[in-house]
Ligand binder design. Structure first.
Ligand code: SAH
Ligand code: F3S
Length: 434
């Protein structure tokens, strides 16, 4: 019988990709992936530490696995990967001695060595990250996510990512194109380029920038849609905007985390832009791409955030009218500079700010979605709708989910023209047009 593994993933797309690499590597070595942890001889937790809550979940999961391990009588190994592994290192083995090894995001390419050892703690950032695209276990037959850079050099004062993912390292232009080409040959039509600050990309050998990479990938025959995550406002430049405008297969969608509408808070966060500068960047992009859908991240309750600061965040939300919002209460992270700035805002106040922000955004989103009614949108067909098997589902160019009436024989991954007739809570409804 072949060896079996179970892998559980928390957190961002970077972790999703690390799971695809770990899983693919194991499969190439003859391991079989199982969805039931009790059938596994190896259990991997790929963890997230962006906020305290995500970290607590990991330790409660490890508590559950203690019993499983005892019952398996030495027949199962448990590994902790991802950002909690990097952040806590050896402390995990002390706190949960039933864990067999701990490996950080820099060690994903070193799984063979780690499995060969015992009670290994791999938390280095080797210069050679050993990225082998042939060992990617991609969950979708039509979509491929591709890492173009790892780590982050920005050091926002609230953020643990620079500690857990290390300094910024970009992959070479040619490597990326080779990976995309191979994925096209395997039938993928939709691509997502990933990095913590994806638009800080610079080819290490030729110096070509993110805009050049976008243009090169978008020009490859077979790329129906090209997305990317996450852009940093201070790294937006003309070459990136031009690439987005010039290629029809790059969606009119941009996730551009702002974090706060107050320049005073932004300075303490070390975000490297003011509120005015952020609005200027948005205006520049809107001039080039008028129908763009902006999405953002906001933190409320950062140390020292006053009512007046928060009002400015609401005002910014009203002015920019973000279509999508990911908002969080500030969570103090170990070793981050924000700990020295002061304590978080009182929890009840932070919660009420978060609620007010979500309420305002709900109104804006409803109007935004309503404005699609009557329009015909290109939708990339992804499969039957989850809620209603009679309907098909896909995404618009600018990232909204659409459930639509259409021909169930439509091949996966094709672009279908859909007339939008209804806006629902988070999604659109419509009918395919001939
Ligand atoms: N690389 C991306 C995102 C990093 S983490 C960027 O450039 O913004 C994703 C989001 O989590 C951040 O945008 C931020 O809004 C939120 N976040 C990060 N650290 C946080 C913390 N300590 N408390 C609350 N939210 C946090
Ligand atoms: Fe974190 Fe700021 Fe980088 S949010 S990932 S330090 S850009």
């Amino acid at each position: 019988m072949s060896q079996t593994f179970f892998i559980e993933t928390w957190g961002c797309q970077m972790n999703d990709l690390d799971t695809q690499r770990l899983s693919g590597t194991l499969k190439l070595r003859g391991w079989q992936r199982v969805e039931d942890q009790t059938l596994a001889s190896l259990i991997l937790l790929n963890t997230c530490s962006i906020r305290e809550k995500s970290e607590q979940k990991v330790f409660s999961r490890l508590g559950e696995l203690r019993e499983l391990k005892a019952a398996a009588n030495g027949g199962v190994r448990i590994g902790v990967a991802g950002c909690v592994a990097q952040q806590e290192g050896e402390k995990i083995l002390k706190r949960a001695p039933w864990v067999d090894f701990v490996m950080g995001p820099g060690s994903v390419g070193y799984l063979d060595e780690i499995l060969a050892g015992q009670r290994t703690i791999a938390v280095d950032f080797p210069d050679d990250r050993r990225y082998d695209h042939l060992s990617m276990d991609r969950p979708s037959a039509t979509k491929a996510q591709v890492t173009i850079m790892e780590g982050c050099n920005k050091n926002c004062t609230f953020c643990i990512v620079p500690t857990t993912r290390g300094r910024e390292v970009s992959r070479s232009f040619d490597d990326i194109l080779i990976e995309v080409r191979a994925a096209i040959e395997s039938g993928r039509v939709e691509f997502e380029l990933l990095g913590q600050t994806v638009n800080a990309y610079r080819c290490p050998t030729t110096g070509r920038d993110f805009g050049a990479l976008l243009s090169a990938v978008a020009s490859m025959p077979g790329v129906a849609r090209l997305r990317f995550m996450t852009s940093h406002p201070a790294e937006v430049n003309d070459s990136m905007i031009a690439a987005m405008r010039n290629h029809a297969n790059i969606p009119g969608y941009l996730h551009l985390p702002v974090q706060s509408g107050s320049s005073a808070v932004l300075r303490r966060m070390k975000r490297l832009y003011t509120r005015e500068k952020y609005e200027e960047i948005i205006a520049r992009i809107r001039t080039a791409i008028p129908e763009i859908h902006f999405s953002t991240d906001i933190i409320v309750g950062f140390p020292g955030e006053t009512d007046a600061d928060f009002e400015q965040t609401l005002e910014l939300m009203r002015r920019i009218r973000f279509g999508s919002l990911f908002a969080f209460k500030y969570s103090p992270r170990p070793g981050t500079p924000s700990l020295k700035i002061g304590p978080p805002v009182d929890d009840a106040i932070a919660s009420s700010r978060l609620n007010r922000l979500f309420e305002l955004h709900e109104e804006i989103k409803r109007e935004f979605l309503d404005s699609y009614r009557g329009r015909v949108m290109p939708v990339l067909y992804e499969g039957p709708s989850r809620h209603d098997p009679e309907m098909l589902a896909g995404r618009t160019d600018d990232n909204w989910v659409v459930n639509f009436k259409g021909d169930p024989r439509t091949p996966l991954g094709s672009l279908v023209g859909v007339r939008i007739d209804q806006a629902q809570h988070h999604t659109l409804r419509g009918e395919a047009i001939a």
